[in-house]
Design a protein around this ligand. Structure first.
Ligand SMILES: *[C@@H]1O[C@H](CO)[C@@H](O)[C@H](O)[C@H]1NC(C)=O
Ligand SMILES: *[C@@H]1O[C@H](CO)[C@@H](O)[C@H](O)[C@H]1NC(C)=O
Ligand SMILES: *[C@@H]1O[C@H](CO)[C@@H](O)[C@H](O)[C@H]1NC(C)=O
Ligand SMILES: *[C@@H]1O[C@H](CO)[C@@H](O)[C@H](O)[C@H]1NC(C)=O
Ligand SMILES: *[C@@H]1O[C@H](CO)[C@@H](O)[C@H](O)[C@H]1NC(C)=O
Ligand SMILES: *[C@@H]1O[C@H](CO)[C@@H](O)[C@H](O)[C@H]1NC(C)=O
Ligand SMILES: *[C@@H]1O[C@H](CO)[C@@H](O)[C@H](O)[C@H]1NC(C)=O
Ligand SMILES: *[C@@H]1O[C@H](CO)[C@@H](O)[C@H](O)[C@H]1NC(C)=O
Ligand SMILES: *[C@@H]1O[C@H](CO)[C@@H](O)[C@H](O)[C@H]1NC(C)=O
Ligand SMILES: *[C@@H]1O[C@H](CO)[C@@H](O)[C@H](O)[C@H]1NC(C)=O
Ligand SMILES: *[C@@H]1O[C@H](CO)[C@@H](O)[C@H](O)[C@H]1NC(C)=O
Ligand SMILES: *[C@@H]1O[C@H](CO)[C@@H](O)[C@H](O)[C@H]1NC(C)=O
Length: 752
């Protein structure tokens, strides 16, 4: 299948369209053929496919490209091929043509042949006489073909007499075969009449206006029909500029007879050239314009089928390209129309990021275009080209500019020092080369909303300056530029307790183009006072000094000893706290206020002077003293601490306890001993005067026999009660005063 299909397909593809050119001048067949070969391709061939095209509007007889025999080729029978070499696949002879070489010899054999001889003799004189075959030549050919003799035919004819009439066909065989059947011998005489043709030895085919063929002597002069295949050639345009182009094309067929090529350039201006070469430089064209070019090969004064091409000249460059305005994400471009024509514009948006060049394109219809979705603070190169036919771009024009940096983010200041301003921010989106900050001291009641830099020619600022009272105007002297890697500033030696407007903007274009300022309020704290406290029992006198600006002070006092806090403001540098409780620790705090600004607090704590407790009592048994007391009235309600000391001089022992309670027991004491107990209030490292109580532990009783020698002269004097009492008193006195006795007594106890 495949091998069968392929040749069929190929032949249909390469089939060329033929065009037919009837030539009205008279010429012999050879002359006609020569002319056709030089100005066309050949004398025409006739096939079933083209016959209807050729016979339209034929007005006379024409030579066509078929000859009985060619001088220049080996004769292989009659009508062997068309003059261009094609096989003869189609014939349409006029009835009785071509006149064959006479073949039927016996005139007496057939009644059919006799009248034919007579008719032939009437038109052609010498030819029929010389020829012994006087049979109708077609009949003889047919007889030969049918392998019949004239006699066979005759007998066959008798049988066929009753067969119905068959309509004449265009083929010569049926016509001549049919003719005798229609009539008698006299009618068959008239059958040979329309073919009075004489046999022609050098015969060429003539196309009749009816479309049928006859042969004629090749040397007679007749019009003729040439044909040529329609010419399709390559054409190319190269090196197109805004005003010119190089046109080149393929050679036409039969190039030696092509006198020249005519080029017709049509567009806004028409140009025509005659050119013998195969190329042409076309100039003086208008930019951005569609031109149609036709190149006609001219052959024998005749235009062959033209080769066509259309092309656009490149649009020329746009004029006066400028960046009208930029924001941080867009740029507005403007330009004027290019010379010549254009349909639209393309804008190429190019920027460098991390050494990589990124590019995108935007289409614009007018001479003004806003490019969006740009990155803030970035240098862009905008290239504008005029465009025709959607894709053909002209000469580019460039302009470059920076987008404005976006604002810094999250600007905040520390506000935690009295002489230093410290601020932080996050970098802006997009790119930046540095930052500029301005710091201006402002009135305490001021809001910082907008910053307006008075005049700075070195940096192009992009401030939205409104003339509202919120606008803070700063001078260049207040501003500084910092590196793009920094995101904080620290400015020292600022005055304390002051408010500042801090404005920060990102810069780009090597710090010459500023973004919009972000403004916040920053401040230094007022200085902290140096605080002195001077406490007494129920008052504290506080005074302080401060070396900075202040408006007033916020003073507060608190204590943990009981529920008590107080707070107030004063413009003075001292304050006396009254109605306090004795022996209590008080915290005093002073904050310097300047407008809304507060200093760090100065804190100090101090005990009021303690008062002594009252109502101290002691109860005892042998080894224990329980001391109890009441809080001093000056300290009533506050939790304070007491210290209790019990001392025995006899044993030289002392016991000491600190307690927040109001009673205490000392255990493990010596029985029968006198203790002196002191209770006092403790406040920090101060102690109140003590309140004293004496307590005796119960004695462990021992019997001491005291024998005395009464040496009175008076009898029974010693026995008198008065005398005894006197003695006891004396002993008592002694025991108190006479240490030796006591020492003795003590030593005995210890020895025990
Ligand atoms: C060609 O010849 C015919 C007859 O001889 C004549 O009528 C005709 O005008 C001629 N045509 C031309 C173009 O000479
Ligand atoms: C006459 O016809 C016969 C056959 O029919 C042929 O053999 C012969 O050559 C012919 N003569 C001439 C002069 O053509
Ligand atoms: C012609 O016919 C004869 C007899 O009728 C026969 O012998 C001969 O072979 C035939 N020739 C051809 C070519 O058919
Ligand atoms: C150019 O030629 C075309 C067709 O031949 C015509 O329609 C057009 O008007 C011409 N233009 C000029 C400017 O002559
Ligand atoms: C081109 O040649 C033709 C005839 O050969 C002539 O009529 C025409 O004026 C020529 N045109 C140019 C542009 O030379
Ligand atoms: C093109 O224009 C130039 C100057 O206007 C002129 O000299 C030249 O002849 C023109 N060329 C053509 C092909 O018209
Ligand atoms: C114009 O553009 C169309 C579509 O891209 C293309 O087919 C056509 O060849 C172009 N015309 C010219 C003259 O370049
Ligand atoms: C960038 O645009 C501004 C106007 O927005 C203009 O003043 C400046 O000259 C332009 N710079 C360049 C390099 O074109
Ligand atoms: C540049 O672009 C290429 C491909 O787009 C990418 O692989 C490379 O990481 C880029 N380089 C930088 C520095 O961004
Ligand atoms: C300027 O700021 C005002 C108030 O924030 C705003 O309404 C206005 O649109 C801004 N103008 C420009 C050009 O940014
Ligand atoms: C604070 O008061 C005390 C007396 O109460 C006085 O000695 C001292 O100088 C005062 N200090 C200041 C700074 O006023
Ligand atoms: C002494 O008194 C304390 C408390 O009052 C008591 O605990 C202790 O038992 C008493 N001692 C004697 C010996 O009574």
């Amino acid at each position: 299948m495949n091998t069968l299909w392929l040749p069929l397909l190929l032949s249909s593809v390469i089939w060329a369209e033929e065009q037919y050119f009837p030539q009205s001048r008279n010429a012999t067949w050879d002359e006609g053929r020569l002319h056709c070969k030089s100005c066309f391709k050949e004398l025409t061939t006739i096939t079933s496919r083209n016959v209807h095209l050729i016979v339209q509007n034929l007005s006379s007889d024409y030579w066509v490209g078929l000859r009985k025999s060619y001088n220049d080729s080996i004769q292989r029978g009659e009508w062997p091929a068309w003059s261009n070499g094609d096989p003869v696949t189609y014939q349409n002879w006029y009835p009785g043509h071509p006149v064959p070489f006479p073949i039927c010899s016996s005139t007496t054999q057939s009644p059919l042949s006799t009248p034919m001889t007579s008719t032939q003799a009437s038109t052609v004189t010498s030819a029929s006489v010389s020829s012994k075959n006087d049979t109708c030549p077609i009949l003889s050919e047919m007889l030969l073909c049918l392998n019949m003799t004239c006699g066979d035919l005759e007998s066959a004819m008798g049988m066929c007499k009753r067969t119905p009439t068959v309509t004449p066909k265009t083929t010569t065989y049926s016509t001549s075969f049919n003719a005798p059947t229609t009539g008698t011998t006299t009618e068959s005489t008239s059958n040979c009449k329309p073919n009075p043709g004489q046999y022609i030895k050098d015969a060429c085919v003539v196309l009749l206006s009816s479309g049928m063929w006859k042969e004629k002597d090749c040397n007679i002069s007749l019009p003729f029909i040439c044909y040529e295949e329609r010419f399709f050639g390559q054409i190319n345009i190269s090196d197109v500029t805004t005003s010119a182009g190089n046109l080149s094309w393929a050679e036409g067929p039969g190039a030696e007879n092509i006198s020249h090529y005519r080029e017709e350039v049509t567009g806004d201006k028409n140009q025509t050239f005659n050119q013998t070469k195969l190329f042409q430089y076309i100039e003086n064209l208008t930019a951005g314009t569609l031109y149609k070019v036709q190149v006609f090969p001219v052959k024998c004064g005749r235009d062959l089928n033209p080769q066509n091409i259309s092309f656009y000249t490149y649009p020329s460059d746009v004029q006066n390209l400028i960046v009208v305005s930029v924001t941080n994400v867009s740029a507005n471009l403007k330009w004027s129309k290019p010379d010549g024509n254009h349909e639209s514009y393309s804008v190429y948006v190019k920027y460098k990021s991390n050494k990589n060049v990124t590019e995108r394109v935007q289409e614009c219809q007018d001479e003004e275009c806003t490019i969006t979705a740009l990155i803030p603070g970035t240098e862009y190169v905008f290239t504008v080209t005029a465009v025709v036919n959607k894709t053909i771009e002209g000469v580019p024009s460039n302009v470059s500019n920076y987008t404005i940096p976006s604002t810094v983010r999250n600007l905040r200041s520390a506000d935690n020092d009295s002489t230093v301003i410290m601020a932080f921010w996050d970098p802006p989106t997009g790119n930046h080369s540095g930052y500029r900050y301005c710091l201006k001291e402002v009135n305490n009641s001021r809001e910082c909303t907008y910053c307006n830099i008075a005049s700075d020619s070195s940096i192009t600022a992009n401030n939205n300056i409104t003339n509202s009272s919120d606008t803070t105007t700063v001078s260049i002297a207040d501003c500084k530029t910092v590196d793009g890697t920094e995101t904080f500033i620290k400015v020292t030696n600022k005055s304390d307790g002051s408010m500042f407007c801090l404005c920060v903007a990102a810069l780009t274009k090597t710090n010459t183009l500023s973004g919009e300022m972000v403004t916040i309020l920053a401040y230094t704290k007022p200085k902290t006072v140096t605080l002195f406290l001077n406490p007494s029992s129920q008052t504290i006198f506080a005074n302080w000094t401060v070396e900075g600006k202040y408006e007033k002070f916020e003073v507060s006092i608190t204590t943990d000893a009981y529920i008590y806090t107080d707070q107030f403001t004063t413009p003075n540098l001292n304050y006396s706290f009254k109605d306090l409780k004795a022996g209590v620790n008080y915290n005093v705090s002073v904050v310097t206020l300047n407008g809304k600004l507060r200093s760090n607090p100065a804190n100090k704590s101090e005990f009021t002077r303690p008062a002594k407790p009252c109502g101290v009592k002691a109860t005892t048994n042998k080894t224990t003293i329980q001391v109890s007391w009441e809080a001093p009235t000056e300290s009533e309600g506050a939790s304070i601490k007491y210290t209790v000391k019990c001392y025995t001089a006899f044993w030289e022992k002392s016991h000491e306890v600190q307690t927040p309670d109001r009673s205490i027991s000392f255990t493990g004491l010596n029985p029968g001993t006198r203790y002196e107990c002191n209770v006092s209030v403790v406040a920090g490292n101060l102690e109140s005067f003590p309140e004293t109580v004496h307590a005796n532990t119960e004695p462990e009783k021992r019997t001491l026999v005291l024998t005395m020698l009464c040496s009175s002269q008076t009898a029974l004097h010693c026995d008198k009660p008065e005398t005894r009492n006197e003695l006891f008193e004396t002993v008592k006195k002694c025991s108190k005063t006479t240490s030796s006795l006591l020492q003795l007594y003590r030593n005995r106890i210890i020895m025990q």
